[in-house]
Ligand binder design. Structure first.
Ligand code: E4P
Length: 221
């Protein structure tokens, strides 16, 4: 998934990189300025189409308010929108209640095995373990993701792991190796992964070799 609220990035990269949806949070949205959020989300929905998922995070922390926000989000954007809810005491209560009412839930801000386990048992559709943020505080992100994958299988749950919070592509690959079903990544990291000097050097060499035989400007066209 793309971890961005930037319309241009979504438009530009959705036909380039593997892509199943868009995740946002209040910090990601802050980068877009004080936009009309409903209009902004509808624009994103229009661009990505109904086959891709949109994950919108609640901005409140009390159970009653989280539930109300979930209602507002689905009223504005449709029942297929995933409600991102941080795994706290109040958040879990809201996840449980909203799952009973068939809302789609992405449980987020997961730093520990315990948080992930609670969200799995509450039947969250996605759980988002925060890879880089775990590493920053010396929590073993690999162990957490592996544990959560095993827990989902043991308990025969439908929950999918969407690993999140990445600062480099090595972390993304490691998350997949540990059993993450998907990852949400800032598109600029994906772009960087194709901008390695060795890739460009190889292409330059091919071009030079070709031109040395056939001349500049000649192609297969
Ligand atoms: C996505 O669901 C998360 O909110 C996001 O990946 C967090 O990323 P950060 O740690 O770079 O803020």
């Amino acid at each position: 998934m793309f971890d961005t609220g930037n319309i241009q990035q979504i438009e530009m990269y959705q036909n380039v990189f593997p892509f199943i949806g868009v995740t946002t949070n209040p910090s990601i949205l802050k980068r877009e300025g004080k936009v009309d959020v409903w209009e902004h989300f509808r624009k994103i929905q229009q661009i990505i189409g109904p086959e891709k998922s949109l994950h919108v995070q609640v901005t409140t922390s009390r159970f009653e308010d989280i539930v109300k926000e979930a209602y507002k989000i689905t009223h504005q954007l449709g029942k297929e929108t995933y409600i991102k809810i941080p795994v706290t005491m109040e958040g879990l209560r809201a996840i449980k209640q909203l799952k009973q009412e068939n809302f789609r839930i992405t449980a987020t801000a997961i730093y520990t095995m315990a948080q992930g386990d609670y969200a799995i048992m509450a039947n969250a559709d996605y759980i988002a373990p925060y890879f880089n943020r775990m590493e920053n505080i010396n929590i073993d992100a690999k162990a957490v993701i592996s544990h959560l994958g095993a827990r989902i299988n043991e308990c025969k749950k439908q929950t999918k792991i969407v690993a999140a919070s990445f600062k480099n592509m090595g972390q993304v690959m490691t998350a997949f190796e540990c059993g993450a079903h998907s990852a949400t990544v800032d598109p600029s990291l994906l772009v960087d992964s194709l901008n390695m000097p060795s890739i460009h050097e190889a292409i330059d060499r091919f071009q030079k070799d070709w031109e040395s035989v056939y001349g500049k400007g000649v192609t297969l066209l």
